[in-house]
Design a protein around this ligand. Sequence first.
Ligand SMILES: [Zn+2]
Length: 433
Amino acid sequence: MAKALTNVTIYDFVRFIEKGYVVFDEEIQEVGKMEDFFDKGYEIEDKSGSIIIPGLVCGHTHIYSAFARGWPNETAIENFTDILEQQWWRLDAALEEEAIHLSGIVSASDHVKNGITTIIDHHASGEIEGSLKRLKKAVCDDIGLRGMFCFETSDRFDVEKAIRENKDFLAEEKNGSFAAHFGLHASLSLSEKTLKKVKAALGDAPIHIHAAESALDQEDCEEKYGERVLERLERHGLLNEGSILVHALHINEKEADIIKRNNCLVALNPSSNMNNAVGIPDYKLFKRKGIPVIIGNDGLSMSITNELQTLMYATHVKHEDFNAFGLDDVWAIIKTAYDYASRRLGVKLGRIEEGHKADLLVIPYTPPTPMDEENALGHLFFGLFSSFRPQDVYVGGKGIVKDHEIHTEAKKLYARAKRSAQKIWENTKERGG
Ligand SMILES: [Zn+2]
């Protein structure tokens, strides 16, 4: 039986209906004003006092960081290389079977509670073979979200195995709930030999790579190869259309042109950049060059609404210009992610319109000021985005979150995470820093 949510405000960043209804099963069947609603025997829920928007897309995260929360790292951190070596590379190396699965459960559960229904992940773990399928099982099958996965190939790992894992997962038959990238860590951790092997295996798959996250990535590249990071990736023929370049913080004009002419995207993660003390992204540069931008959280949080706010405020400060980033930029970023996810997954996402997948967020909201299609995004951004907790979340019409709580199966699995994390922490201690 199709479901109908009634007496609700509907807003998909394009259309605004104040007192409306939406009928859906896996896909949205009908949307309209209450005066046109006709009950054809639907399962009806009155959602007065709520607003419905489409589920959000997180453009870059690390599911493995789920087990970093509260991690007692006792070694001194002086620069970005230390952050990688002393923290992330010790933690991800300790992840195996059960931990990979449970990190997926934790991350997907927390993301969906924050309104994210599609996750683009960048994965690394000590166990390589089959790790992406494990993640996909956790995120897409057990929790019920959509996801894109890849393994961070780098010289830290058995390169052949990492390449094979990406290839195998790219070849998996897709069903609208998941897709794949070819994952690469970053220029500084990839030798010439490795990049040649990647090129030989890549075909037309888009890559997903950290590019110029810190000045160290550029210094390393210029010192070893006498060129900039984007020049190096282009020289190796790796910049396939739809590739995701994460951060692109320390790039110059020429590199921005390289990103543009290869039809790649940039995924920004401003909170992570500030936390790692590597800089603030130059949004104005991407906009001026017409480079599509999406937003992620880099695994630092499990949300993106706060990232959109951070990006706005940080961009204002960086350029000392209130007009350097506005609500039209917020919408451009959200829309770019919807369009990209729709293309990669082969389904229609991002609109509350007939024929689109029913990935929906129901958020209780009583506007304290007039709200209409002109200012609805302002209401969301300033009224809801800083503590964004949808009451109900649907993905493909299935109720994943109800009254802020994840479904029972997910809760049971989530409860096992703490013990698994404890084991990982003990292992990383033994390995030493
Ligand atoms: Zn990252």
